[in-house]
Design a protein around this ligand. Structure first.
Ligand SMILES: O=C(CO)[C@@H](O)[C@H](O)COP(=O)(O)O
Length: 227
């Protein structure tokens, strides 16, 4: 079944605990950590992740859009993140970092900005639990989905299949009722949605609707036949 991870970046930051509970039933809560260096925006850090973990039973999927993830990622695991994503463009030693995240008990994930190809990372995929393909330039919610990322999602799904991996394939940026089916058709199985969820009158219902759309598209997709 498709996983829908609402992005807290689109929530009301003055009511984070309530906003986290508003999406009960989501698979993970996506937490965007930005440092104003790797991306031109600043959001939240370890203490807020720790507080969020106490406010919700939904597991936390922390997306680190920061420099020096090798130094910081382990602290997010200790703060309670169930999944930690670092950027390939920022990590000094991605294999060592993925192993450290896993050894500390979280799922290890690596993200690729739109201009970063997936092929150079083929040999690293077995070290990961999830690969995140950005479908906008990281930094801000509410941007338009980049259609030109669909071939990259397809190529990533083919690599995962070729190696027989159980790797989750996440997409993030501009995912909505208009785009989720194209992402699922291309091979994504984990969908981050910020404005499409928190901009809806009923965020929990928006999660259910996106999951339904993604599941239907996946069932029709050639990559999922036989799964
Ligand atoms: O990582 C990011 C942005 O850098 C995302 O998680 C956005 O927060 C998603 O928001 P929408 O594009 O779905 O509004």
């Amino acid at each position: 079944m498709a996983q829908i991870n609402p992005s807290i970046l689109s929530a009301d930051f003055s009511r984070l605990a309530e906003e986290a509970k508003a999406v009960d039933g989501a698979d993970w809560l996506h937490v965007d950590v930005m440092d104003n260096h790797f991306v031109p925006n600043l959001t939240l850090g370890v203490p807020v992740v720790e507080a969020l973990g106490k406010a919700t039973s939904t597991p936390l999927d922390c997306h680190l859009m920061i420099e020096q993830p090798d130094r910081w990622a382990p602290q997010y695991v200790e703060a309670g993140a169930g999944s930690v994503t670092f950027h390939a463009e920022a990590a000094a030693a991605p294999v060592r970092l993925a192993r450290e995240i896993r050894a500390k008990g979280a799922r290890a994930s690596m993200a690729l900005k739109p201009a970063t190809p997936v092929e150079p990372y083929e040999d690293l995929l077995p070290e990961l639990d999830m690969l995140l393909i950005m479908t906008v330039e990281p930094g801000f919610g509410g941007q338009a989905f980049l259609d030109i990322m669909l071939p990259k999602i397809r190529r990533a799904r083919q690599l995962i299949a070729r190696h027989g991996l159980e790797l989750w394939l996440q997409v993030d940026g501009g995912v909505s009722a208009d785009t989720v089916e194209r992402c699922a058709d291309a091979g994504a199985d984990v969908f981050v949605a910020g404005s499409a969820v928190y901009g809806a009158d009923d965020p929990a219902a928006a999660v259910r609707m996106l999951r339904h759309q993604a599941d239907e598209a996946t069932a029709r997709a050639s990559w999922s036949c036989g799964h």
